[in-house]
Ligand binder design. Sequence first.
Ligand code: IPM
Ligand code: MG
Length: 372
Amino acid sequence: MAKYKIAYLPGDGVGIEVLEAAKIVLDKLKFDAEYIHGDIGWEFWCKEGDAFPERTVELLKNVDAALFGAITSKPVKTAQAELVPELQGKNLVYRSPIVRMRQMFDLYICQRPTKAYKGNALNFKENIDIVVFRENTEGMYSGVEFNPVPEELSAVLAKLSKPFAPFKDLKGDEYAISCKINTKKGSERIIRAAFEFAKKFNRKKVTVVHKSNVVRATDGLFLETAKEVAKDFPEIKMDDANIDAMTMWLLKNPYNYDVLVAPNLFGDIISDLCAQMVGGLGFGCSGNIGEKLAVFEPTHGSAPKYFGQYKVNPIATILSAKMMLDWLGEPEMAAKIEKATAEVIAEGKVKTYDMGGSNTTLEMAKAIAEKL
Ligand code: IPM
Ligand code: MG
């Protein structure tokens, strides 16, 4: 029996190609795993009305970790139009499977390391090394949304939000509501994870990203919680910045930042910005981590326009596989992947299109595998 059971969830588009690439690297390492394919993605939405079918949910309950590619998402109306005729008119609502997975399995940490590997011509500056901790289950992604807004909710809100209630004379279908819900527990555990990480890896500082000067309730709670948690880590410096200022400061002086921790949507935004500073989404790896399960995926999407061409950069996925090995307690294998990847980047001989080259996804994977 293999040592690990890994759910293999390619999803849509280039997700399929980059996962194939990561597996080349894992196989070369002789990573002892049984990979179990899981159905997920657009095809299953169209055919079954569920992009994340129950059988895949069950699979995830019985594995050590999962590797996930990418998924195509479309707006609600377009999604409904693509359902098979038997499912039309059933009032099915599309919700992003990865967002559901994060919530269903309580994968509350979204860890996104962004490191400028030496010799990567796409680096914004050399030596950038920032790790983003994004809250992954609540905030703007809570999924508590109304469009149209039910009358009873309108009435309660108009009563409670005096004096500013611009919607109070509107009908329910004339406005929409997306609730940003942050809990104390949800805030505390992601902030603690960021500090624990900083402590374990000798990082100097945790920066809390928020917008508490305006979004006072939720982001205020996040920042206050951070100040409390920080007391348990006197050896680590804490500072904070509003999300808008943060985007500016990150570009102005990336060396000032070490570990960032942010509520869901701000973490989503800031992690793309960080990825771009170290070469773009082709280098953006990530782990969705809970207590029992963790799912590793590149930050990029399914890029339908490139599907079938095997041209996208698999490094984001290969580095996500590296994160998986770390999480499983295989740091030696993980370190080998990182070293091999860094060597291939530094040599600059094998480059995918985003790096200005013409090598394929699988050529990049093989070049990394050869260095192992
Ligand atoms: C990410 C992506 C997802 C998100 C999308 C695909 C739902 O942008 O992982 O950053 O918004 O979380
Ligand atoms: Mg994103």
